[in-house]
Design a protein around this ligand. Structure first.
Ligand code: IPE
Ligand code: IPE
Ligand code: MG
Length: 633
C-alpha cells in the first residue's frame, strides 16, 4: 500500500550483490528500513540500486540493532523491553555493546557470519566509509539506550552536532559522491559559504521533527526528548507530559516546536553542483519531513498517544512526480559509480561480484590497470584457501646497507636494489591476491644516519615509488602514505601525496608506504589530536574505545597486521606499527632485502597459513588433526 513492490532480486543483481547470505543481510536491513523509516525508505526508492542498497544497509542495520537491543532475549530484563521510569536498561545496553564489539571484530576481518553485520560491512567497504562513521552510528544508539536528557537548547543542538549531523553528512556524502561531486562531508560543508552551519541547522530541523513524531514512544519509556528550557518557556511540567495531559500549555509547546523545526528545515541549503536526480531525492526528503511536521502540528493532543502517519494523498502527490523526475534524471545522466569496493575481505568474497559490476559501470572513470607481470623464473603463487590468506602483510625491509657493503658497493646502491625488490614483491602480492601490503621504507629514527645516506634515501624512495606508479600502464595498486611531514623534503612529500591521489580508485592491493614513520610518534600524535577534540567537546572522553582511538592514526583504515616480516637477520620491530601489529604473526628472514623477491613473500604467506592464531582464546584444532594426533617435524 505504501510503496511500489520492489523487485528486490533485480535491485541486488544491479548492485552487484550476488551472494545469497549477503542478500539475506540486505533484505533484513531493507525490511527494517521499511518498517521504521517510512521517509527514508520512500526516498531510497528514488535512488539507483547501488545507492538504494547502501541506504538500506546503513539505516536498516541501525534499526535492526536497535531491535536486537530492545528484544528481551535474555533474563536480564524482566518486564517489558520498553523499560520503565526512563532509567538505563543494563540488559539492553549490554546487548548493544556485545553487538558493537562483535561488529568491531568482524570489521577487522572484513566479513561476518551475522547477515546484518555482513551487509553493513559490505556497504562500509564498498563506499570506503571510515570506521569512525560507524561509531557515530553506534553512539546514537548508546545515547538512546541511556535516555538523553537536555537542559538547554544549546545542549540539545550540541548533542546533534556530535552525533546526528556527522551521520547525516556522511550519508549525504554517499549521494554526493554518486553525483560525482565531492565525497567528504567536510568538503560539502566547505563547498558553500556558511554551509556547515546551514547543514547543522537542517539536521536540527529533521531531529526536532522526529522528537515530536516519536513523542508518544519516548513518553512510554519515561523519557522526554526535549530540552527542559523548551518546556519552561511555555510552563509545561514533565509530570504532565509523562501523564500525557493535553493542556493548553502543551498545545502551545507543540506550536512553538513546530515553528522552530519549520524555520530550521526551511534554511536547508542544497549544494549547488549536483546530479539532478540527487537534487530530486534530497528535495523529496526535506519535503516529506515538512509533511511529517505538518501532520504532527495539526493534531497536538494526538502526539501524546500515537505517532502521526503521513497523509497518504499528500505523500503520493509528493512522491509520484519525484519518482518520475528521478527516473528521467537517472536516465539522462546515468549513475556514474565513482566509488568501488576498495577492500573486499578476500578474492572470492561476495564483494568480488560488486567489483565486477563496478568495473562494468565505472570503467570510463578510471585509467585501465594491467595485471602483474609474472616472475622471470615462471614461478606461480601457491593456491591457498581464502581463509588461510593473511589480509595484511607488513614488512621491515632491512639489510640494504649490509647487502651493498658485502659487495663493496656504496649503501645507496643497496637502497636502489631494495626498491627493485619491492617492485617484484608488489607484483607477487597482486598475484597471490593479498589485499594490504605495508612496508617500512624510512623510520623517524633513520634521521640519525649520515647526511650522504639520507640524501640517497630521499632520492631512492620517491624514485622507487614513481617507477612503481608511473612507469608503463598502472597496476591495480592503491598507494597510501603513513608517516609525518616534519623534516621530509617537499618533493618527497609531493610524490607521496600525488601517488595517493592518482591511485585512490585502485582496488586490488593497498600498498602503504611507511616513510618518516615511527609507531610511538603515530600513537602520540593520535593521543594529542584526541585530547584536542575532547577539549573542544568534539568527542566524549567517556566514549573513547579502541576503535575510536584508531580513527586518529595516520591511516585509520589500515587493518590489523596478520603477518609481520623482517628481512636482514635482525629480530626486532624497530618502532614499526605497534598499534596495528599487536597480534601479528612474526617471521624473521636472514635474507637481506635486496635479495628478496615475490617467492619469499609467497613462502612467508605459506608459513603464516600453517600457524594457529588464537587471540588469547583456545586453539582451534581441525577435526582431522585431532584424530590423527599432532606430528612433530
Ligand atoms: C633498510 O636497510 C633501509 C632503511 C633503514 C632505510 P638498512 O639501510 O637499515 O640496511 P642495514 O640494516 O644497514 O643493512
Ligand atoms: C628499520 O630498519 C627501518 C626500516 C627498515 C626503514 P633499521 O635498520 O633502521 O632498524 P634498526 O635501527 O636496525 O633497529
Ligand atoms: Mg637496518
Amino acid at each position: 500500500m505504501r510503496s511500489p513492490a520492489v523487485p528486490a532480486a533485480r535491485v541486488y543483481q544491479r548492485s552487484g550483490i550476488h551472494d545469497v547470505a549477503l542478500r539475506r543481510g540486505y533484505e533484513a536491513c531493507r525490511r527494517a528500513t521499511r518498517a521504521t523509516g517510512e521517509i527514508e525508505y520512500a526516498v531510497s526508492l528514488l535512488l539507483p540500486p547501488p545507492l538504494r542498497t547502501a541506504t538500506w544497509a546503513l539505516y536498516g542495520a541501525v534499526r535492526a540493532v536497535d531491535d536486537l537491543a530492545d528484544a528481551s532475549c535474555g533474563t536480564e530484563t524482566p518486564g517489558s523491553s520498553s523499560g520503565s521510569g526512563g532509567g538505563t536498561d543494563p540488559g539492553r545496553a549490554g546487548r548493544l555493546e556485545a553487538w558493537i564489539s562483535g561488529f568491531d571484530a568482524d570489521l577487522r576481518d572484513g566479513r561476518s557470519s551475522d547477515p546484518v553485520r555482513q551487509a553493513l560491512i559490505h556497504t562500509m567497504l564498498t563506499w570506503n566509509l571510515p570506521p569512525g562513521f560507524l561509531h557515530t552510528l553506534f553512539e546514537e544508539l548508546r545515547q538512546d539506550v541511556q535516555g538523553r536528557q537536555f537542559t538547554t537548547w544549546q545542549e540539545w543542538r550540541h548533542y546533534n552536532s556530535l552525533v546526528n549531523t556527522p551521520l547525516v553528512l556522511r550519508a549525504g556524502s554517499l549521494l554526493l559522491r554518486a553525483a560525482g561531486v565531492s565525497a567528504e562531508p567536510e568538503a560539502i560543508a566547505a563547498g558553500v559559504p556558511g554551509a556547515a552551519v546551514a547543514w547543522q541547522t537542517a539536521v536540527d530541523g529533521l531531529y526536532l521533527t522526529d522528537a515530536l513524531v516519536d513523542l508518544s514512544d519516548d513518553l512510554a519509556r519515561g523519557h522526554v526528548p526535549l530540552p527542559q528550557e523548551a518546556l519552561d518557556e511555555v510552563g509545561v511540567c514533565q509530570a504532565d507530559l509523562l501523564a500525557r495531559r493535553a493542556t493548553p500549555a502543551f498545545e502551545e509547546l507543540v506550536r512553538r516546536l513546530a515553528d522552530r523545526a519549520r524555520a530550521w528545515l526551511d534554511r536547508t541549503p542544497l549544494p549547488p553542483v549536483m546530479h539532478p536526480a540527487v537534487g530530486v531525492a534530497l528535495g523529496a526528503y526535506t519535503d516529506l519531513y515538512r509533511l511529517r511536521l505538518k501532520s504532527a502540528a495539526d493534531d497536538p493532543a494526538a502526539l501524546l498517544h500515537r505517532r502521526p502517519a503521513l497523509p497518504r494523498g499528500a505523500r503520493l502527490r509528493l512522491l509520484l512526480p519525484a519518482r518520475a523526475k528521478a527516473a528521467l534524471a537517472w536516465g539522462l545522466f546515468p549513475f556514474p559509480i565513482r566509488s568501488c569496493p576498495p577492500d573486499p575481505a578476500s578474492a572470492d568474497a561476495p564483494e568480488a561480484a560488486g567489483r565486477a559490476e563496478e568495473r562494468r559501470t565505472g570503467a570510463a572513470q578510471r585509467r585501465p590497470t594491467v595485471p602483474p607481470t609474472p616472475h622471470p623464473s615462471g614461478a606461480r603463487p601457491p593456491q591457498l584457501p581464502a581463509e588461510a590468506m593473511p589480509r595484511h602483510v607488513a614488512i621491515v625491509m632491512d639489510g640494504n646497507g649490509r647487502w651493498a657493503a658485502a659487495r663493496g658497493l656504496p649503501r645507496s646502491d643497496g637502497h636502489r636494489a631494495g626498491a627493485d625488490a619491492l617492485i617484484d614483491v608488489v607484483h607477487g602480492a597482486l598475484e597471490i591476491g593479498l589485499k594490504h601490503l605495508t612496508v617500512y621504507a624510512f623510520s623517524t629514527e633513520n634521521w640519525k644516519r649520515p647526511a650522504d645516506e639520507l640524501h640517497a634515501l630521499m632520492h631512492e624512495i620517491p624514485e622507487g615509488l614513481r617507477r612503481l606508479t608511473d612507469d608503463g600502464p598502472p597496476l591495480d595498486v592503491r598507494v597510501r602514505w603513513a608517516g609525518v611531514r616534519s623534516r621530509l623534503p617537499a618533493d618527497v612529500i609531493e610524490t607521496l601525496v600525488e601517488a595517493e591521489r592518482t591511485t585512490r580508485d585502485r582496488t586490488a592491493l593497498t600498498l602503504t608506504m611507511c616513510v618518516n614513520y615511527g609507531g610511538r610518534c603515530e600513537i602520540t600524535a593520535a593521543a594529542a589530536k584526541l585530547a584536542q577534540d575532547a577539549v573542544a567537546r568534539r568527542i566524549d572522553p567517556g566514549s573513547v574505545s579502541e576503535h575510536a582511538f584508531a580513527r586518529y592514526l595516520h591511516v585509520p583504515e589500515l587493518p590489523d597486521v596478520d603477518l609481520l616480516l623482517r628481512t636482514g637477520g635482525d629480530q626486532r620491530t624497530s618502532n614499526f606499527l605497534p598499534w596495528q601489529a599487536t597480534y601479528a604473526e612474526l617471521l624473521f628472514l636472514d635474507t637481506p632485502w635486496p635479495e628478496v623477491d615475490r617467492r619469499d613473500l609467497w613462502e612467508a604467506i605459506e608459513q603464516y597459513a600453517r600457524r594457529s592464531r588464537r587471540y588469547g582464546s583456545l586453539p582451534r584444532i581441525p577435526a582431522q588433526l585431532s584424530t590423527t594426533g599432532p606430528s612433530k617435524p
